[in-house]
Each structure stands twice: as C-alpha cells, then as structure tokens.
Ligand binder design. Structure first.
Ligand code: FES
Length: 111
C-alpha cells in the first residue's frame, strides 16, 4: 500500500506529489523527491532542518509529537500549531499526507 504525499512549497505555488511506501519516514520521502529539507542531524532530533507544517486535518491523524520534538520545534523558525519534524513522522495508517515547507529553517546545533 502506498500513501499519497504532497509537498507544497513555502510560497504555496509549487507542489510535488509522490506515492510513499507504508512505513517510510517522511524525511526520506521528502529527500527522495528533491524537497529542500536538509535533515542535517539525520533524525537525531538535534537540528530542526526537517521542519514541516502539516495540513491541519492530517496533523490530527498523526501520533502526538514527543516532548523532545516539541522542545526542538520551539526553537525552529516559522513554527505553527501544526508544525512537526519530518524525521519523526512515519507514514503509517494514513491514506494521504500534505505538508508545506517553511520559508527558512535553522540548524539548532549550529547556533
Ligand atoms: Fe534533524 Fe529532524 S533531521 S531534527
């Protein structure tokens, strides 16, 4: 089974749609689709360069973020109520997922 993932550019204009494998990590799917998510720490929750803004309806379907993820998101630029770290989202139990990329990201480890 595949999951229809849509990436919307920060300006809301460009959109990329891909079919992701069940169980894939959103960061890996994004990078395979040439989306500008650095993922500098490769999922160690140390950078926040994988920050994405999840569609509100889809956000409600995801398991809650851990406290550590929330703490890191607090330090990321352009955070919204539905922000998540793409390295922490495993695509499972969903038909589709839409995320928007923030205008900028920052590597928290390199302050
Ligand atoms: Fe660094 Fe997600 S890749 S926090």
């Amino acid at each position: 089974m595949t999951i229809a993932v849509r990436f919307i550019a920060a300006d809301g204009k460009a959109e990329v749609a891909v079919a992701a494998e069940e169980g894939a990590r959103l960061l890996d799917v994004a990078q395979a689709a040439d989306q500008p998510l650095e993922g500098t720490c490769e999922g160690q929750m140390a950078c926040s360069t994988c920050h994405v803004i999840v569609d509100a309806a889809d956000f409600a379907k995801l398991p809650r973020a851990s406290e550590m993820e929330d703490d890191l998101l607090d330090l990321a630029p352009h955070v919204t109520r539905t922000s998540r770290l793409a390295c922490q989202i495993v695509l499972t139990g969903l038909d589709s997922l839409t995320v928007r990329l923030p205008p900028t990201s920052r590597d928290i480890a390199r302050r």
